[in-house]
Design a protein around this ligand. Structure first.
Ligand code: NAI
Length: 325
């Protein structure tokens, strides 16, 4: 039998965890490889995670080797090849941004250290819990022995929303669309960019007008999370889990000739300060994300990328000031 791959999911008792774990157990992440699942929770979420573990057993997944629930990050991350960091501290009423960053620093710093202590050499980390980009930065800073390229944050849901909204506008299947990019932070400042996108091979910018792009499309994609909360009564869960699977699946198996969007550590490309974890157009080649080089950036795009990156810089400065980096 093939050696099992070990995958940790934090916040496993939460709603994204519930949608995510069954898909990992069914082999949608690594393919036909047995999976050992580690579910990390805090005391408040432990019972929910235990219940999910029982249901995973009831799924009788042929590829599911084992499921362990723990509150100890070191045990959860020991030998992991993939870590999906979903559990985070949500913003509560009256909480300032600095308080939110500090509370999450208290989660992602120790989790980064635990990954550093015990993760497998091939570990891939995807941070979903918000503020995802900066949480990933904090985790990476506490894992000096793991290459920074292994720490990523999820903007794939934003990318998928950007593709789906364009497809809906033009009445085409999502498979007709290529070359969409989401830049910057996973927040309302993100920039969904259609300037390189094609629809059945035609430039998307020939098919939609600038007014729709600026006044409807960009805000719709950027604020889709709020729209889901307003309609569904709770935040995106299955779509977020699906995007997490897409991100890790592509990272492991490659993106072929196409690109997608992911928040990865900047090498200074496109004027994004080195070391920030920002969303870029990326291809996965030989198991590594590569930032797509050399795309022309027009003035409209430049302003929006700069605004979102400025927010990331401010978050980095705030967590530095708190001593979290
Ligand atoms: P949820 O509240 O249903 O579940 C979160 C779980 O995390 C809870 O069970 C909680 O007990 C657990 N948790 C909290 N601190 C923990 C810690 N230190 N270690 C382990 N577990 C911990 O939330 P949901 O809906 O599952 O969302 C999770 C996160 O994902 C949130 O931060 C949310 O904002 C974020 N999110 C990010 C998206 C993205 O595109 N990057 C999209 C949607 C949600």
């Amino acid at each position: 039998m093939t050696t099992p791959v070990t995958v940790a999911v934090t916040g496993a008792g939460g709603q994204i965890g519930y949608a995510l774990l069954f898909r990992i157990a069914s082999g949608q992440l690594f393919g036909e490889v047995p999976v050992r699942l580690r579910l990390l929770e805090i005391a408040a979420g432990r019972a929910a995670a235990e219940g999910t573990a029982l249901e995973l057993q009831d799924g009788a997944f042929p590829l599911l080797h084992s499921v362990d629930v723990t509150e100890d990050a070191r045990s959860a991350f020991d030998g992991v090849s993939a870590a999906l960091l979903v559990g985070a501290r949500p913003r509560s009423a009256g909480m300032e941004r600095a308080d939110l960053l500090e509370a999450n620093g208290g989660i992602f710093g120790p989790q980064g250290a635990a990954l550093n202590a015990g993760a497998a050499d091939d570990v891939r980390v995807l941070v979903v819990g918000n503020p995802a980009n900066t949480n990933a930065l904090i985790a990476s800073a506490h894992a000096p022995d793991i290459p920074a390229e292994r720490f990523t944050a999820m903007t794939r849901l934003d990318h998928n929303r950007a593709v789906a909204q364009l497809a809906a506008k033009l009445g085409v299947p999502v498979s007709a669309i290529d070359g969409v990019i989401v830049w910057g932070n996973h927040s309302a400042s993100q920039y969904p960019d259609l300037s390189h996108a094609t629809v059945n091979g035609r430039p998307a910018t020939e098919l939609v007008d600038e007014g729709w792009l600026a006044d409807e499309y960009i805000p719709r994609v950027a604020n889709r999370g709020a729209e889901i909360i307003a309609v569904r009564g709770s935040s995106s869960a299955a779509s977020a889990a699906s995007a997490a699977i897409d991100h890790l699946h592509d990272w492991v198996h490659g993106t072929g000739g196409h690109w997608t969007s992911a928040a990865v550590v900047s090498d200074g490309s496109y004027g994004v300060p080195t070391g920030l974890i920002s969303s870029f157009p990326v291809r996965s080649v030989d198991g590594r994300w590569e930032i797509v080089p050399g795309l022309d950036i027009d003035t409209f795009s430049r302003e929006r990328i700069d605004a979102s990156v400025a927010e990331l810089v401010a978050e980095r400065e705030a967590v530095r000031a708190l001593g979290l980096l």
